[in-house]
Design a protein around this ligand. Structure first.
Ligand SMILES: Cc1cc2nc3c(=O)[nH]c(=O)nc-3n(C[C@H](O)[C@H](O)[C@H](O)COP(=O)(O)O)c2cc1C
Length: 216
């Protein structure tokens, strides 16, 4: 096996800065601003990609990327299979973290909070907006569970597609939204010499957040 050395893979971050005067009392204003900037920047390939970290009740973590679909009333919404590995872990332990990383903007946001299942009506609404094939795919994929081979899942897909041809594809009960309500939000802006700007918000009560600069 070959050893790898990445000592020389190194970039300076110097395109932007973050000042105390730019940090609003309510961190959701900054979340909205950064998400919109990422979404409007054609250089950012997956502006809504977010890494979701879950863990078992005894603290074994796992993480994966999903796509944020809504930011509603201060909650981050993504969609997945409720019986997947992440779905199972979130059922048993609602404490999760989310990380948005926008390399192109030298920015990231770290979020910690509690997750809940989204109201079924809202999941239905979103499901209807998905392309036909994605709706069928959600119905037949036993996400995270072993399958014999690719031919198996393709055959299931073809069978299910034929069943709903020309009709509405209903959302399966095991698929829907998750809503994450944050208690901690950190904004990170890369700066020169690794002296990055970081601002940490922590929720004090329903309408009040503390905000402090933390060391890079
Ligand atoms: C860019 C990107 C976006 C993804 N978006 C989603 C998503 O929105 N929902 C989802 O269930 N999986 C999504 N996936 C797949 C997940 O990363 C993961 O493989 C899947 O949800 C199973 O995770 P689990 O076995 O840990 O539950 C995405 C993967 C990538 C790379």
């Amino acid at each position: 096996m070959k050893d790898l050395h990445f000592e020389n893979v190194r970039r300076e971050y110097e395109s932007k800065q973050l000042k105390r005067s730019q940090m609003p009392d309510n961190p959701f204003e900054k979340v909205t601003e950064w998400l919109q900037e990422a979404a409007n920047n054609p250089k950012v390939l997956e502006p809504t990609a977010v890494i979701v970290c879950t863990s078992t009740p005894d603290g074994h973590p796992s993480s994966r990327t999903v796509l944020l679909k809504e930011f509603l009333n201060g909650e981050f919404i993504f969609y997945s299979n409720y019986e997947s590995r992440k779905g199972q872990q979130m059922k048993e332990n609602p404490h999760v973290s989310l990380t948005f990383l926008w390399h192109e903007l030298e920015r990231q946001i770290h979020i910690e909070g509690e997750v809940r299942k989204l109201e079924p009506e809202l999941s239905d609404e979103y499901f209807k907006t998905r392309p036909y094939k994605s709706r069928v795919g959600a119905r037949i994929s036993p996400q995270s569970h072993p399958i014999p081979n690719r031919a198996y899942i393709m055959a299931e897909f073809v069978k299910e597609s034929a069943k709903f041809l020309g009709r509405a594809v209903p959302r399966p009960d095991n698929w829907g939204g998750f809503a994450v309500k944050p208690v901690r939000i950190e904004f990170w802006q890369g700066r020169e010499s690794r002296l990055h700007d970081r601002f940490l918000y922590q929720k004090e009560d329903e309408n009040k957040w503390s905000c402090e600069r933390i060391a890079p």
